[in-house]
Design a protein. Structure first.
Length: 212
C-alpha cells in the first residue's frame, strides 16, 4: 500500500502541518514571520523523514529502497501539493502579535483525512483489500509527521492558526493534490510501482483506483 501509505500520507502530512480541531481553549495566534522558516523547511523533509520511518514499511515485506524510488519520482508533485495548501492557509497566521485563536488538535484532522481516504478506496471498490495495510499507513504517517514537524523546528508548539474546519482542510488538500498532478493515471502508476517493489498486497488493486 505504500502508494497509498505515502499518497494518504501526503494528505495527512499537509493537514498535519497545520493542526486541527477545536476545544474551547484559546491560545495565541502564530505570527507569520515566526512560522515562515518552518513552512519553508517542512516540504524539504519529506524524503528524509520517510527514510527515518522506513521500519514501518519494512513490515509489509516490500523493498523500501525500490518504494523510495517510486516516491522520489513524485516528489515534485508532493512539494507542489504542500505549497498549494500552504498558500491556501497563508492568512491563517497573524501579521503582528496579540491575537488569540481556538486551540486545534492534530488527531481530528487525521480522523477526517482517513475518513476521506476510506471513502475514496470504497468508491474504487478496493477498501477491503487495502484495509489491512491502513494500519501500517497510520503508523508510518505518525512517525513521518512527528519527524517533519521536528525538522521544521516545531514552530507551532506554543501558538495556533485560524484554520478552516477539518472537512474544508481535507478537501483543500485533496484539491491541491489533484491540481499538482495526482490524477487517476498517476496514482495507478504509483501503485504499480509499489507492486513491482514488492508490495504484493496491491496485486489486482491498481487498475481499480479512481481519483475523483
Amino acid at each position: 500500500m505504500v502508494s497509498f501509505i505515502k499518497l494518504s500520507s501526503v494528505f495527512l502530512f499537509i493537514a498535519a502541518t497545520t493542526i486541527t480541531i477545536t476545544t474551547g481553549q484559546m491560545i495565541k495566534q502564530c505570527v507569520c514571520s515566526e512560522i515562515q522558516p518552518c513552512v519553508s523547511k517542512f516540504s524539504d523533509s519529506v524524503i528524509v523523514c520517510a527514510d527515518q520511518c522506513q521500519h514501518h514499511v519494512a513490515k509489509t515485506g516490500a523493498n523500501y529502497q525500490a518504494l523510495r524510488s517510486c516516491i522520489l519520482n513524485k516528489e515534485p508533485m508532493i512539494k507542489s501539493t504542500i505549497k498549494c495548501q500552504n498558500d491556501k492557509l497563508a492568512n491563517t497566521c497573524a501579521k503582528r502579535p496579540g491575537n488569540m485563536v481556538k486551540k486545534r488538535y492534530e488527531e481530528t484532522i487525521k480522523i477526517a483525512a482517513i475518513s476521506e481516504i476510506n471513502k475514496m478506496l470504497s468508491s474504487s471498490g478496493v477498501l477491503s483489500q487495502v484495509k489491512p495495510l491502513l494500519g501500517v499507513g497510520k503508523k508510518f504517517y505518525s512517525c513521518v509527521a512527528k519527524c517533519m514537524k521536528g525538522k521544521a523546528g516545531n514552530c507551532q508548539d506554543n501558538c495556533g492558526l485560524d484554520l478552516p474546519s477539518d472537512t474544508v482542510m481535507v478537501q483543500q488538500t485533496k484539491q491541491c493534490a489533484q491540481a499538482s498532478g495526482f490524477s487517476t493515471p498517476v496514482v495507478r502508476d504509483l501503485c504499480g510501482c509499489a507492486v513491482k517493489a514488492g508490495l504484493s498486497q496491491l496485486n489486482g488493486v491498481c487498475d481499480k483506483i479512481t481519483i475523483n
